[in-house]
Design a protein around this ligand. Sequence first.
Ligand SMILES: Nc1nc2c(ncn2[C@@H]2O[C@H](COP(=O)(O)OP(=O)(O)OP(=O)(O)O)[C@@H](O)[C@H]2O)c(=O)[nH]1
Ligand SMILES: [Mg+2]
Length: 659
Amino acid sequence: MENFKKNVQEKLQELDENQKRTFAWYCGMRALPFLGASGDFDFWDERQRQWYMFSCFHALDTAASDTAFDTAFDFFAANAAANAADAANAANDTVAFAAAVAAANAANAPYDTVAAYDTVAANAVFAFSHNTFKNIILKDIDSIKSGKNPSLSTEIYGEIWPNFLNALENENCHYWARLYESIFQGNFDRNALDLRLQVPEEIKKLGAAEVGHYLEKIEAQGAEQLDEARIIILGDKGAGKTSLAKRLKNPKAEMPKVEESTAGVDVSRWKPNEAEVHVHIWDFAGHTITHTAHRFFLSEHCLYVVVCDGRTERDKTLEYWFDHIKNYGGNSPAFILVNKMDNNRPEIAINNLKERYSNIQGVKTFSIKDDIKDLNDFRATLIESIKNQPSWNAQVIAKNSFQVKERLEKLFDEEDAEFITRESFNTIASKCGIEDTVEDRDELLRHLHELGVSLWYKDMEEYNTLVLNPEWISEAVYQIINWMHNNKKYSLRLKYLKEVFKENASRYPEKKHEFLFDLLKNYDMAYETEEEKNTLIVPHLLGEDRPKTLPDFPVGESLMLRYRAEAPLPPDTISRFIVRHSREIKKEEGKSIVWRFGAILEDGKGSLALVREEDRIISVSVKGSDKTAYISRLRETLSGECPANATEIYQWLGEDRDP
Ligand SMILES: Nc1nc2c(ncn2[C@@H]2O[C@H](COP(=O)(O)OP(=O)(O)OP(=O)(O)O)[C@@H](O)[C@H]2O)c(=O)[nH]1
Ligand SMILES: [Mg+2]
């Protein structure tokens, strides 16, 4: 193999950068069929399989696109494919592993200085494990050099080729099967590639099959541009978030009054003249109690603005907000606006912050009230930033789906309909030419939900409620939390909702209360106790103090596990864990042993666990006859809830075996 690599290296010296990129794509393509060599993709766990498949296909697409010379974009694709490769490796499928690595390398090669191209070639060969393949790859370099496209033939694969196509069909990936058949017949359609790269990120997350269906709809109906973006404004209470939201839309808008503090979130629309994009501005409340619901409303692919009050700002609060963005918004771009009220000049360790949070795009210091010129510059910066996000601008949706979206928006805009029934949706869908099958309509509802256009909760179908205004939900959630907090309650009875929505009963009529009540459960914010039907407990609102006495977990008889996070844990981490395991909460004299930061659990088979959060650590101690099985179950939930930066530390007290 070393000789082969050397050979590749030598030959590659004669290619320019673009040709090398082409070469990397060919290597990835040549290796691709090996992913399905055995006729299935079962080496990937079912839950992640669709995402891993898409990651590999997408990595190859980014490698093929010469327009998307965008590092972040390609790195993301390469990374995802590398994860897919790791997963195949973990399942001991070395052939699939090499094929996935080749895909990852193909996307990554242009940015990797160390012999990346020969590695991608070597992986392709490794997948094939046959020497003729080496010659094919070396010949590819010659063709590319002479300006010809190498021909991809399926013959050399023998059984592997039909196996690959079968594996795709079995995973519901007709689109991809057709695509690769056509590419291997020498037909590469640039326009189709562009469309694939313009699929909204939210849809990509649904995996290969869904992306395929999405694209098939577009092929059949034609594409419409979505042109929507979201700005999310965060920051402490009174920092000036609402002032900014108002003045982005209109620089001369009146400033909010002090008493007009935001209760949950205000969503408004802004159509800047300078861009073809509709911006939804989400102006959140600063009040801490509301942060627990951020998980549902903050997301990736948004533009974040953190506003801080120049008079009181300390780096700690900025860190808090940037950790928050990292947890819920991933690597979304973010700006800091230091609102210079009263001419104060704050000291912010901006370089330190930038080093820690690479998504910070810039810091501006001015007064929202007085510095109109700076405000206008800031607006221009935000518009520019939105225009330049390759993953949001120019996103596409199928024509008929777009019509449905427009009609739903019109219903809300012109008739103030915040929710409708499934039947009304069906009528609209029919008018827009969406096929009359449950699958097609469910799929459209799912896509509209992901895109945040309208919300349909599949497992709450019985309520027959399609929400047209996402703010209707967020408002309700915040109103409930605020009401409970103000009334010092941690449990919520269904009948309390009449009280909660007393002031806006027409917006939240009684017949919708059960839906909203169930939504809190659905969002894992609350759990229902076995004893009392129609009563929810919201762990986040429980008392903060731990019980006076906690059981002992003696060394030698107990197992222990800790998660230590680099940054403060998201405010709802432990609460969500408690909700997931609420059935196991231990009772003493009829009272559940659970508090804001922990709980005692029992598995019903004689094992007992203590789970608690302190500072940045979540610790789990377990004792009893079935402790090993129990701790693994708790671990599974926790590893899903803890942020990616948390490290897991096992302390096997007195035990010398692994779980
Ligand atoms: N003097 C002065 N006052 C300002 C400035 N910016 C905002 N304010 C005032 O500060 C108060 C709080 O501003 P808001 O925009 O409501 O703050 P917020 O961040 O939305 O606050 P919450 O919604 O409670 O989290 C309001 O009375 C604003 O008019 C400024 O630049 N100068
Ligand atoms: Mg506000």
